[in-house]
Design a protein around this ligand. Structure first.
Ligand SMILES: Nc1ncnc2c1ncn2[C@@H]1O[C@H](COP(=O)(O)OP(=O)(O)OP(=O)(O)O)[C@@H](O)[C@H]1O
Length: 579
């Protein structure tokens, strides 16, 4: 990490020295490629980190260019210029935020759907730029844009562009390190899990998209005085696609990769354009080879070299300060299902399901396969909307709300299959659980949450000692350990209600014993309420004395284990197994 940062700094210093080593035309060309590289850095934030690909970044680049070009042409003094620059940055950010939020709120992932919308928008932008002659100069473009005061296009402007690149790189590096960037990375790996932790992932992704658009707007603003002309091509799809290609070639997941990609392909194109008729084919081949041979882009080669250098100031294990105990588990849980129905197509999954849970401790839901147990959790946690009926939690209706809203009300869920963030470290997985439900938007951009802790975390280390080796990726843990990490993360949300879907699934009998002890201990120390779905009667017997039996989407029986055992209706439909 430290050496990767050092390489980034060396790269930037190298770029600063270019005008001293080559002629001013090289500085002019390089300045243009750095602007495209900055746009690529914004794409990297969205695509490389958060996993969604914007295909129309030239729209924001072009808007920035037209707006600032317009301000420059007014020649009305520094105030207008500053206002123009702000507008060139903020207008794209606003457009991106609104579009992004509307798209992301509709569905999880949003991959191709989002990309196609951004593609359509950039095509629309191109049409508007072409047709609005009175504002943009139409097909011929906005011409006669004067130089930025105090600069000349071939040399001094290069330093302004370089400074903007340093600023953008610094901001993106910080944003990536802060909780915001960590949550973005987690979104790319397991968005639904993050929502069950109480994170509004649509908002998170829309902010990332807005940041990338602001960066493109700034680059576009500097493009206007650099070129002296802005044409509709600056808003178009072709430029958008080219920058995506450069980003992929350089390395979408790295900070400097997109800049490297823009420089290399930019110079290659300008050298080949006049000397080789099929230069575009050659560039396409380079793209294909790099993407296949080096999926991390060319920057991964640079980082590979950096890793061979002695590590500068590598950090030791992170110390956690005991800063806050945000315990929300006060034992007060009042959950009521009233005639809840869930009908999907021709299938009636829940059929007037009604029950109440208002005592702390462990409650079990059992029932034959397909009885509707997981579906009951799904309607309670926002994965599915109930077709009819009412779900009330602590006096508020929660049925039909979105996942993160329900989670923020204090309902945490552990899915049946362990659901962690595999590429993130164990420490980071635990951080995300701790932050969930507690982080405000502004705290996402500060580093303090990295020091948050709670006595519950120390208890988790005590119960599951393997968690203390926090630097290993969660994906390298065994299935049993991932179940335990997932359970620990669910508990660390400090929600009063814990929903545990088959927490012992896939565990050996000794691991099952450990998990049972853990559930008992956490429920006892936090005073929380747990509802577990379980097939193993031995687990049910050890953990809870209140059992709900579901069959065909309805409640068949409800009571103490002894009553359930002697219930003839249960005996007729239910045959539980044991490990
Ligand atoms: N999204 C869905 N679309 C269509 N049918 C569904 C959907 N989700 C669940 N079902 C159906 O609803 C029924 C109940 O499923 P559910 O997963 O809730 O049962 P379960 O009691 O948890 O079963 P198991 O113990 O096997 O996990 C099953 O017949 C299942 O196929």
């Amino acid at each position: 990490m430290a050496s990767s940062r050092a390489i980034n700094v060396l790269f930037l210093i190298g770029l600063l020295l270019v005008p001293f080593m080559w002629d001013s035309f090289v500085a002019y060309q390089l300045g243009l490629f750095l602007l495209y590289g900055m746009v690529g850095q914004g794409i990297g934030l969205c695509w490389g980190r958060a996993g969604f690909l914007p295909l129309g970044q030239a729209l924001f680049f072009g808007v920035g260019a037209y707006v600032f070009g317009f301000a420059l042409k007014l020649e009305a003094g520094p105030l207008i210029l500053v206002a123009g620059l702000l507008a060139a940055i903020l207008l794209p950010a606003l457009i991106a935020f609104v579009v992004g939020f509307l798209v992301f709120i509709r569905q999880i992932g949003s991959g191709p759907y989002f990309s196609l919308i951004t593609l359509a928008l950039t095509m629309l932008g191109f049409q508007l730029a072409n047709s609005m002659d009175w504002l943009t100069g139409g097909f011929n473009g906005m011409t006669g844009i004067p130089a930025l005061p105090g600069t000349d296009t071939y040399e001094t402007l290069y330093y302004v562009i370089w400074a903007a690149l340093v600023l953008v790189s610094g901001v993106l590096a910080y944003v990536g390190t802060a909780p915001f960037g960590q949550l973005l990375g987690a979104t790319a790996q397991n968005e639904e899990r993050l929502q069950y932790f109480g994170v509004n992932t649509a908002l998170l992704k829309a902010i990332a998209f807005a940041i990338s658009a602001a960066v493109a707007g700034l680059a576009g603003a500097l493009f206007a005085p650099h070129q002296g002309i802005v044409t509709p091509q600056s808003v178009g799809f072709l430029l958008s696609a080219e920058i995506v290609v450069w980003t992929a070639v350089g390395g979408r997941a790295s900070l400097m990769g997109p800049v490297l990609g823009a420089i290399l392909i930019g110079f290659m194109a300008s050298e080949l354009r006049d000397s080789f008729q099929y230069w575009e084919v050659l560039i396409a081949l380079v793209f294909v080879v790099v993407v296949i041979r080096f999926p991390g882009g060319l920057w991964s080669l640079v980082e590979g070299l950096a890793r061979r250098l002695p590590s500068i100031g590598a950090k030791g294990a992170r110390k956690r300060d005991l800063e806050t105990d945000k315990s929300r588990a006060d034992g007060s849980v009042r959950l009521a299902f009233e005639d809840v129905e869930l009908v999907l197509g021709p299938v009636r999954i829940l059929d007037k399901l009604s029950f109440r849970i208002d005592t702390p401790g462990v409650h079990s839901i059992i029932g034959p396969n397909g009885a509707g147990k997981t579906s009951a959790f799904n309607v309670l946690t926002g994965r599915l909307k109930p077709t009819a009926g009412r779900i009330e939690y602590n006096g508020a209706t929660v049925g039909g709300l979105s996942r993160h809203r329900i989670a923020r009300k204090g309902i945490a869920r552990k899915l049946q299959i362990p659901s962690v963030f595999p590429d993130l470290s164990v420490d980071r997985n635990l951080d995300i659980a701790l932050w969930a439900g507690n982080l405000t938007l502004s705290q996402m951009f500060t580093l303090r949450p990295f020091r948050w802790s709670t006595p519950l975390l120390n208890e988790m280390y005590d119960i599951f000692p393997f968690l203390e080796d926090g630097r290993q990726p969660a994906g390298s843990l065994s299935l049993g350990q991932r179940q335990m990490l997932d359970f620990a993360m669910t508990c660390l949300t400090q929600s009063p209600l814990l929903l545990l879907d088959e927490p012992c699934a896939g565990l050996s009998s000794s691991e099952t014993g450990e998990m049972i002890d853990a559930i008992e201990r956490i429920v006892a120390t936090t005073g929380s309420t747990a509802i577990i779905i379980e097939h193993d009667m031995q687990v049910v017997e050890r953990l809870s004395n209140h059992v709900l039996v579901l069959n065909q989407g309805a409640l068949l029986a409800n009571g103490a284990m002894e009553e359930i055992r002697s219930n003839p209706a249960v005996q007729a439909v239910y045959g539980g197994g044991s490990k």
